[in-house]
Design a protein around this ligand. Structure first.
Ligand SMILES: C[S@@+](CC[C@H](N)C(=O)[O-])C[C@H]1O[C@@H](n2cnc3c(N)ncnc32)[C@H](O)[C@@H]1O
Length: 232
């Protein structure tokens, strides 16, 4: 999969996109990424990329021509162009899994008050990462890229790793702990000691902590991984 970010701030990306799982995904040749800067397509010598909204109003918009040209410079037949916007559809695991099947994602990072509305036809969809407003689309775009990349087959070490994570089958991941004790704070819960593991109703897994704000139930039986099907 190829992920291109259309951004006025390409310097924000390498520390996230070249670290950890993303670095390994690139080493394996499964994911590659790049940035295109609308400023490189600016029309004047000052490299201006903002514009006043027609009819007034507070703030500036991303100027249509540089942004449009930047997108068109990388858009191919099979590209999926996504605008990051607080007005988009809220991102979730289902969307991540769907987008992981794409060959080429173009993630358009807005800035100022957003993009010139006339560019809307260039977008295939609009994604929000939640009901709050950030300064730019760069953090939302990297969040989407990370969640999508870990759903690309082969990126995670174990083939079914993404499938057993929270939300994948409608439940939160079951709690776990390494098989080592250290200090009073890291004692095993009673249910997990060797003596009680067999008798434990959840097969010796760490018991779930209550999570009052969770939107989906927690998988309490890690051993059997019996997960009820429920769409999230
Ligand atoms: C300051 S925001 C613009 C907010 C816009 N005027 C509004 O009220 O809906 C600038 C850019 O940040 C990005 N952004 C901010 N919050 C976001 C969110 N919750 N989800 C996705 N993108 C967001 C978008 O790309 C947006 O164009």
């Amino acid at each position: 999969m190829r992920i291109d970010f259309v951004t006025l701030f390409p310097g924000m990306f390498p520390s996230v996109m070249d670290a950890s799982m993303m670095a390994r995904a690139q080493e394996k040749g499964l994911v590659s990424w790049g940035c295109v800067n609308p400023r490189d397509y600016a029309l004047d010598k000052h490299k201006k990329v903002d514009d006043r909204p027609f009819g007034g109003g507070p703030g500036m918009l991303m100027m249509a021509e540089p942004l449009g040209k930047a997108i068109e410079s990388i858009k191919k037949k099979k590209s999926k162009t996504i605008l990051l916007s607080p007005q988009g559809k809220t991102f979730n695991d289902k969307t991540a899994a769907r987008l992981a099947k794409e060959e080429h994602l173009i993630l358009v990072c807005g800035h100022y008050e957003g993009i010139d509305e006339r560019l809307a036809p260039l977008m295939d969809e609009e994604i929000s990462i939640g009901d709050f407003v950030l300064t730019g689309g760069e953090l939302p775009a990297m969040l989407v890229a990370d969640a999508v990349a870990r759903r690309v087959p082969g990126v995670l070490k174990k083939e079914d790793a993404a499938g057993s994570e929270s939300f994948a089958s409608g439940l939160l991941d079951f709690p776990s702990t390494p098989g080592r004790e250290f200090g009073a704070a890291a004692r095993f819960p009673r249910c997990c000691s060797r003596a009680t593991t067999r008798k434990s109703p959840n097969g010796g897994m760490t018991p779930p902590r209550p999570r009052p704000s969770a939107s989906v139930p927690i998988c309490s039986n890690g051993r059997n991984k019996r997960r009820q099907e429920r769409s999230v």
